[in-house]
Design a protein around this ligand. Structure first.
Ligand code: PEP
Length: 255
């Protein structure tokens, strides 16, 4: 089965409304390949402006987190129905920065993901090992534990992002072989929980210092279905170059 490439930009705590508007106007003005799915995930505050600009553009809009309740006394949180109200279609869940800095656990990430899917959002579920875990030979154990919650999710509204923590924002990228090994392992875990047919439809993105110079090599691996891009998604030329790398591979596969 052919999975469409997906390139998603995680802007983290970058770009308020005016910078978001300038970025998206520039992205929309450029010629864009149609054989790759593209999503941008600005900060919450910039979602309304982004939603207006992206209407009928073919570019998806995602949030960077979501709460598991619909409403209530949860100061500072945003719910899935609120995101739907803004026509947000995607949400990142379980990012390593949320796990490391804001107390996210496998359980809370799973709750967020389930609630988001109930509201018809597509979840980009992040997981990945630390450097210490990799050096201790524990990578696959960690991935198995983190992926253990995916069996409760709807594969039709699920994207998995393998993001080795040692590669995020560090300039150090997993080798294509390391990425493929982890992705194949995750697909086998998905198959164990959801069945092989469903597992074959779930896109598994690689994230961690993807740049125009390394995107094609990473995306050419059989189980790497695109990327979750942090730093290199903040600038239109580099984000566009990564999208073009995926488009080029997709064109090669379909010819
Ligand atoms: C991320 O945080 O999701 C990420 C992949 O960041 P970077 O591309 O900057 O390593």
């Amino acid at each position: 089965m052919v999975r469409r490439y997906l390139v998603a930009g995680n802007w983290k705590m970058h770009k308020g409304v005016s910078e978001t508007t300038a970025f998206l106007e520039q992205l929309l003005a450029a010629k864009r390949p149609r054989n790759v799915d593209v999503v941008v995930c600005p900060p919450y505050i910039s979602l309304p402006a982004a939603a207006m600009l992206l209407t009928r553009s073919g570019i998806g809009l995602g949030a960077q987190n979501v709460h598991w309740e619909s409403s209530g006394a949860f100061t500072g949180e945003i719910s899935a129905p609120m995101l739907r109200d803004l026509e947000v279609g995607w949400v990142i869940v379980g990012h390593s920065e949320r796990r490391a800095l804001f107390g996210e656990t496998d359980e809370t990430a799973a709750k967020r993901a389930r609630r988001a899917q109930d509201e018809e959002l597509t979840v980009i579920f992040c997981l990945g090992e630390t450097l210490e875990e990799r050096e201790a030979g524990a990578t696959m154990d960690v991935l198995r534990r983190q992926a253990g919650v995916l069996g409760d999710l709807d594969p039709a509204k699920l994207v998995v992002a393998y993001e080795p923590i040692w590669a995020i924002g560090t300039g150090r990228t997993a080798t294509p072989a390391q990425a493929q090994e982890a992705h194949a392992f995750l697909r086998a875990e998905l198959a164990g929980q959801l069945g092989q047919e469903a597992a074959n439809t779930v896109r598994i993105l690689y994230g961690g210092s993807v740049k125009p110079a390394n995107a094609a090599e990473l995306f050419s691996q059989p189980d790497v279905d695109g990327g979750l891009i942090g730093g290199a998604s903040l600038d239109v030329p580099s984000f566009s170059a990564i999208i073009r790398a995926a488009a080029h591979l997709a064109a090669g596969e379909s010819s």
